[in-house]
Design a protein around this ligand. Structure first.
Ligand code: BGC
Length: 715
């Protein structure tokens, strides 16, 4: 049924049976309770390590160790991996296990493994429950291969979409990131230790070994740290990886304020801090005194030089003991309560591959859909698929987050299996001939697969080795010129043009967006990406992803982007917070994404009392699927603080909930938010402070579509 007809139908049904309508929204058919945050971290083994028997085991080991043995727990063994794992510590004499660490954020970087969509794609799902399952699955594969530490999640805030490793992280928003990373860690630590990285303020790639991110304390504590704080306090993450860069002048691994004051003292972190690889450590004494517990992947500064520093009286034995306790604690905990061995059959199991597909489907964002170009009509006869990327396994960066699945479905592969050989014509080039364009003109629809690869963006590794080329940061957010030309020429010839974009974060689409009827953001969609793309384009799946990063119209709308200087100032505002503050109109706002249904929100209610949680408020809002098919919406709550005496963002995300509704259904969606999340950081008191104000909570479906609001008075 045409969705525009539905409200009329419902109205007449209501007239007959006297149900309550409000703004055209029928009465709710039931309640969807708030996200169960506790369930995200269920089974987290590291949460159960603060125990007397664990401490006793640690003390027994420690008291039996020589200085050299202690120091050998404080570094990796070699630059070279053993069976794909970086090894650290371990002591046969005392029966202390070795850490076997492996990347990374989108799957296991050892042998073949399930390649999930990248972190930014998963961020676009706005689905923490799904992200927990991803964390669980990746960690199971790590354990099945014999590892015990997963070097993930990457959870650095995306200050600028040009960051080379944008794809590895989840978001430009700290709250959104915190929940997604918490879910990942909560799942992963059912099987292995996770490692939150890179601590902290690591978001420029080309200068990552030297740049100092300079920022004031409010910006640090309110913008760049809250997500780390959450995975430490609520996620009990077992290890934290220090970053390469400097923060306010001091290298992250020598940063006493970050490692000792904030992470260990203020947040009560009881795990260990390991360095980022090789250039992540620059010194012996300053690093160990700052709070670095482990040098990876080998002992340049923490082997013999550290033993000498202790013997020379430059480092007290208690400093070593404290670091070693941290390293041993998780080993003792896992030793005493050994996880059941994981069957190697989980690696690329049908279940994990299906999960990779489900995640890809839920992370694809439909950005433009003029005149309902999508879904493709069932009657479509001929589809032309163009672009050099159309039939390429484009999984993302080939740096440390690289994953090698045994097979990958490309966009063309997915479309061909969906529609059959005869209906899909492949033109695998960015430079079609005029004969190609004639074929395009004869097809019903053209799909251009465009975007980036590991060559244009990715981790920056300063050695040029064949096959190891790296993209680093993107100086420009536009597509390569040949692709712009391709899209325009196809747009001029085809009856309908759909662009499928692959990239790790935002792309500036202005040069060509008006030449196409539909645009789908597929990110780097993992080994099942092609199937997911075909399912979304054909309508088998109703797209539900929402942008976790604003798509600006041009770089002028974004913070200054300096990828050459060694001193960079990080301001308080970036992303949608900056766009809102400057009243700039982005091309596609944060939180935005279309679907094949239409939703309407109404009947917002605010309830200050949440049983058993003094600091939480509950919101409820009715969500109505006006469309003719089942669909998904993400309800988003942004807070503003009018009249605040501090510089604040106009609106900040403070709660969200992804909900699935049948056609015509109305549900009352409940969300909770913490009053503490409205706080500002007071540097002098070293604490967060909730200003007494009348806050406004804006509710809607993107940072720029907030149709409802409620006032929350905090005395
Ligand atoms: C990356 C880390 C990674 C490590 C080990 C470093 O270059 O920055 O994210 O975990 O290598 O591969």
């Amino acid at each position: 049924m045409d969705p525009r007809v539905l409200p009329g139908v419902v109205l007449s049904v209501c007239a007959l049976f006297s149900c309550k309508m409000e703004n055209g929204i029928p009465e709710s058919g039931g309640v969807i309770p708030p996200l169960d945050v506790g369930a995200l971290v269920a089974g987290n083994r590291a949460a159960n390590c603060a125990r007397a028997d664990v401490e006793a085991r640690v003390e027994a080991w420690l008291s039996a160790m020589t200085l050299e043995e202690k120091v050998s727990e404080m570094h990796g063994r070699s630059l070279v991996t053993v069976n794909g794992f970086y090894e650290a510590g371990g002591n046969d004499r005392l029966g202390i296990p070795t850490y076997r660490m492996v990347d990374g954020p989108r799957g296991v970087r050892s042998g073949n493994a399930t390649a999930f969509p990248v972190g930014m794609a998963r961020g676009a799902s706005w689905d923490p429950e799904l992200e927990r399952r991803v964390g669980l699955a990746i960690a199971q594969e790590v354990a099945a291969k014999g590892g015990n530490v997963l070097l993930a999640p990457t959870m650095n805030l995306l200050r600028h979409p040009g960051w080379g490793r944008a794809q590895e992280t989840y978001s430009e928003d700290s709250f959104h990131m915190g929940l997604m990373a918490l879910a990942f860690v909560g799942g992963a630590q059912n099987h292995v230790l996770a490692s939150a990285k890179h601590f902290a303020v690591n978001s420029i790639e080309n200068t990552r070994f030297s740049v100092s991110a300079n920022l004031d304390e409010r910006t640090l504590h309110e913008v760049y740290l809250p997500h780390f704080r959450r995975v430490v306090i609520e996620g009990k993450v077992a290890s934290v990886m220090s970053a390469y860069n400097r923060v306010n002048g001091a290298y992250a691994a020598e940063n006493h304020e970050l490692l000792s004051n904030i992470l260990k003292r203020d947040w009560g972190f009881s795990g260990f801090v390991e360095s980022d690889w090789i250039l992540g450590v620059r010194s012996t004494v300053p690093s160990v005194l700052a709070g670095l517990d482990m040098e990876m992947p080998m002992p340049n500064y923490f082997g013999a030089p550290l033993v000498s520093a202790v013997n020379a009286g430059q480092v007290a034995t208690r400093v070593i003991d404290e670091a070693v306790r941290r390293v041993l604690r998780q080993k003792a905990c896992f030793e005493l309560d050994r996880p059941a061995p994981v069957d190697p059959g989980v690696v690329e199991s049908a279940e994990h591959v299906a999960l990779a597909r489900e995640v890809a489907e839920k992370s694809i964002v439909l950005l433009k859909n003029d005149a309902r170009t999508l879904p493709l009509p069932a009657s479509v006869r001929q589809i032309a698929v163009l672009g050099a990327l159309a039939d390429v396994a484009n999984l993302g960066d080939r740096g440390s987050s690289s994953v090698t699945p045994s097979s990958t479905v490309t966009p063309y592969g997915g479309l061909r299996s969906h529609y059959g050989d005869d209906r899909v014509l492949l033109i695998p080039t960015d430079q079609p001939t005029s004969a190609d364009l004639d074929q395009v003109a004869r097809a019903d629809v053209a799909i251009v697969v465009a975007g980036l690869t590991y060559l244009e963006e990715g981790e920056f590794i300063p050695i040029q080795v064949d096959g190891l080329e790296r993209g680093g940061d993107r100086a420009s957010l536009e597509l390569p010129p040949a692709q712009v030309e391709l899209i325009r020429s196809v747009g001029a010839r085809a009856g309908q043009t759909i662009v499928v974009l692959e990239a790790g974060s935002a792309v500036v689409v202005e040069p060509w967006i008006d030449s196409v009827q539909a645009l789908v953001m597929a990110w780097y969609p993992g080994m099942q990406g092609g199937t997911a793309i075909a399912n979304v384009l054909s309508g088998r799946v109703n797209p539900s992803g929402k942008l976790p990063v604003s798509f600006a119209r041009s770089m002028d709308q974004l913070p200054p982007w300096d990828i050459t200087s060694d001193e960079v100032s990080y301001g308080y505002l970036h992303g949608y917070r900056l766009l809102d503050a400057q009243a700039e109109d982005p091309r596609f706002p944060f939180g935005f994404g279309l679907g094949y249904s239409r939703f309407q929100l109404g009947r917002l209610k605010l309830d200050r009392r949440v049983a058993g949680a003094a600091d939480r408020v509950r919101l409820s809002v009715d969500v109505y699927n006006r469309g003719s098919r089942q669909g998904t919406e993400v309800v988003q709550v942004y807070a503003s603080a009018p009249g605040s005496r501090f510089e604040r963002a106009p609106r900040e995300l403070r709660a969200f909930r992804r909900v699935e509704l049948e056609a015509g259904a109305v549900r009352t969606v409940e969300l909770e938010l913490s009053v503490a999340d409205l706080a500002v950081y007071e540097p002098d008191a070293r604490t967060f402070y909730v200003e007494p104000l009348e806050y406004v909570l804006h509710v809607g479906t993107s940072a720029r579509d907030l149709t409802l609001s409620a006032r929350l008075s905090v005395k």
